[in-house]
Design a protein around this ligand. Structure first.
Ligand code: BTN
Length: 323
């Protein structure tokens, strides 16, 4: 049995009940080791089991697969998500979106994958993107803004994501400057903007978004367990990934149009309302220095204003914040 479908069907036929290793090996004439390998393969694909040494395996949940037609049928946007490239697996949706952007794909196109083998985050970090458990996507934007206004887009995306998650889940998610989304101090979502620019003008932006939606605690590597969690872990229930994506696209389009028409001021007010950084004693770690003080606001460019113990207000344009 090279194909996993007959095994999946056996589990489905025994929904809610345990299937013993013995039963599986007899049914398919497989050794116990081969059965164990196949169960592990199913786990890697996103199937979850309850395992009992005496009773065997009980299928708890199957991986959910995004239905792009269903998503697009719900969208009322004119640009964002009108085109979607869907991939079962890729290295990073940022790479695919970049290629699509270079080939002239219209603004608002989204590349989304069920899993990424080399998902990346800010500052060269890896981004954990297991199969079917999150929303891992990159959007092509072509804003007519100067390069120095790029931080506006970063903060705008964080505002849209934060408001969307709050509205869809009622979870009290907040923004850590510039654009990490936290729940109970743990990261649930991240944003990575990559810019293609020429002569100080932005040609296109690849706006990458990762939302850890339905991962269980066992699906995080040990080094992430203390600092990251999923919406499902925080809310004690699974969430509908398609509904989240549709709500994000709708809100992004409205907010992006507002920004292009009226500038950063309305976005800044919304960012401040969702921030978990402002009015806190913080440290901003930059490449060659650390700035400590009270976070007092963000300026018209999106830089974080830190009031230090010397009485000086330092503008931070980049860095990692520690609360
Ligand atoms: C961060 O917080 O450091 C940013 C994380 C961004 C992750 C997303 S997942 C979709 C897109 N593809 C990637 O490789 N990265 C972004």
């Amino acid at each position: 049995m090279n194909n996993l479908t007959p095994l999946i069907e056996l589990f489905r036929a025994n929904q809610g009940n345990y299937v013993s290793g013995e039963q599986i090996s007899q049914h398919f004439s497989l050794s116990r080791t081969a059965v164990w390998k196949k169960i592990n393969k199913l786990k890697q694909l996103g199937f979850t089991f309850e395992a009992s040494p005496r009773l065997g395996y009980r299928l708890l949940s199957e991986p959910s697969v995004l239905d792009i037609d269903r998503i697009q049928a719900q969208l009322t946007t004119s640009r964002i998500g009108r085109g979607i490239t869907y991939l079962e697996q890729t290295d990073s949706t940022q790479n695919i979106a970049r290629q699509l952007s270079a080939s002239g794909i219209p603004e608002g196109h989204i590349c989304i994958a069920e899993t990424q083998t080399a998902g990346r985050g800010r500052m060269g970090r890896a981004w954990h993107s297991p199969q079917g458990k999150g929303l891992w996507y990159s959007m092509v934007l072509r804003p007519t803004i100067p390069l120095r206004a790029m931080s506006h887009l970063t903060l705008l995306t964080a505002v849209v994501l934060c408001e969307t998650i709050r509205e869809q889940t009622n979870l009290p998610v907040g923004i850590k400057w510039p654009n990490d989304l936290l729940l109970d101090g743990k990261k649930v979502s991240g944003i990575l903007l990559e810019t293609i620019a020429e002569d100080d003008r932005v040609q296109s932006v690849i706006c990458g978004i990762g939302i850890s939606v339905n991962l269980g605690v066992d699906e995080y590597p040990d080094d992430l367990k203390a600092i990251a969690q999923s919406l499902a872990m925080a809310g004690g229930q699974a969430y509908d990934r398609e509904a989240l994506l549709v709500a994000f696209c709708e809100k992004f389009e409205q907010t992006y149009e507002l920004y292009l028409a009226e500038g950063f001021d309305p976005i800044r007010a919304r960012w401040e309302a969702q921030s978990v950084t402002l009015n806190k004693q913080i440290e901003v770690q930059q490449v060659n220095r650390t700035i400590a003080g009270l976070a007092v606001g963000i300026d018209e460019q999106g830089a974080l204003l830190v009031h230090t113990s010397d009485g000086e207000v330092v503008r931070c344009y980049s860095g990692d914040v520690r609360l």
